[in-house]
Ligand binder design. Structure first.
Ligand code: NDP
Length: 287
């Protein structure tokens, strides 16, 4: 593999459709600049029908890596040379990195969540019991990583039963965690034995900042770890309601930063400047 010299820069980026509002460039460029690396992160609008050509393009142009966002995370698998085990279980890739000429698929979303859980909330998920609100892409990546990290029980709460059942089956087939499902109609209460609660729905995402998941907040116990995947705003109503009941809280900004931190390391081989990346995003979100 060559390294940038002269005027040439190493390229990474993101494919999405739409993609204009994707903030990842802000934290990646801040990281490259702070370390003086001649790298650029490009935000690229690639239509679903152009995905194959786009991947061919990054091979031809020698991109060092790529992020994938909606709607490419699943479709991209067929164009890669290899897919890491956890990303294969999820059936979704959010990061491509290169080994020589080979393009390898990874999923850093759930891993970003795990790192945030361990580093920021000081919780080891092994042997712990979790309740997850939602069964979409974010929930899927979080549940797979929690189960692979040894979580003993995962209860999935979702509005659409079929989607949740798919996730339950996938976890039962590929992990050792005890997995159950509860249909979400009306206010849900948290069982007493739960150690960690995760809002993995899109409820509360800007601009719908007043929205709250239908949850009996009185069932949040002091000391329980309560996490939100919503990165913008970082302090959601869900987080502040949980905090006011004595929970240890984890916002979605941490997950977003760490999934980028893990991708950065896969691409550059260098430890990412976590604080620089976090500050850049906080500034972007007006925090
Ligand atoms: P999906 O569309 O795949 O899933 C959305 C989930 O939210 C589904 O389970 C859906 O339920 C549920 N949901 C949405 N609205 C409601 C509602 N009003 N009541 C009950 N359930 C609801 O989205 P993703 O999983 O990809 O993303 C979810 C959120 O996670 C997004 O806001 C995204 O910003 C965030 N995210 C954050 C990341 C980070 O690094 N911090 C990384 C990835 C995502 P149903 O199945 O019934 O439709």
């Amino acid at each position: 593999m060559t390294t940038a010299t002269g005027y040439r820069q190493e390229l990474v980026g993101v494919f999405g459709f739409p993609v204009d509002e994707n903030p990842t460039v802000v934290m990646m460029d801040a990281a490259f600049q702070s370390l003086g690396l001649p790298w650029r992160y490009l935000t690229l609008k690639v239509a679903p029908t152009d995905l194959a050509a786009g991947i061919q393009g990054i091979r031809a142009m020698g991109f060092r890596g790529l992020n994938l966002t909606i709607p490419h995370k699943v479709e991209v698998l067929q164009y890669l040379d290899e897919v890491n085990a956890d990303a294969r279980i999820m059936g979704a890739v959010n990061t491509i990195y290169r080994e020589g000429d080979r393009l390898i698929g990874a999923n850093t979303d759930g891993k970003g969540f795990l790192r945030s859980l361990r580093d920021d909330a000081r919780m080891d998920p092994a042997g712990r019991k979790f309740m997850i609100l939602g069964a979409g892409g974010a929930a899927r990546s979080i549940c797979v990583e929690l189960a692979l990290a040894g979580a003993s029980e995962i209860e999935i709460v979702n509005r659409t039963a079929a989607r949740a059942r798919e996730l339950v089956d996938l976890l039962r087939q590929n992990t050792k965690a005890r997995v159950t499902f509860r249909e979400w109609n009306g206010e849900v209460s948290i069982p007493e034995n739960i150690d960690g609660l995760v809002n993995a729905t899109s409820i509360g995402l800007y601009p719908n900042v007043q929205e709250l998941p239908a949850l009996n907040f009185e069932t949040i116990r002091p000391g329980m770890v309560v996490c939100d995947v919503i990165p913008n705003p970082p302090r959601t109503r869900f987080i502040t309601e949980a905090e006011s009941r004595g929970a240890v809280t984890l916002d979605g900004l941490g997950m977003l930063v760490y999934q980028g931190v893990i991708a950065f390391k896969l691409w550059t081989g260098i430890d990412a400047p976590v604080d620089v990346m976090k500050r850049a995003l906080l500034l972007e979100f007006g925090g």
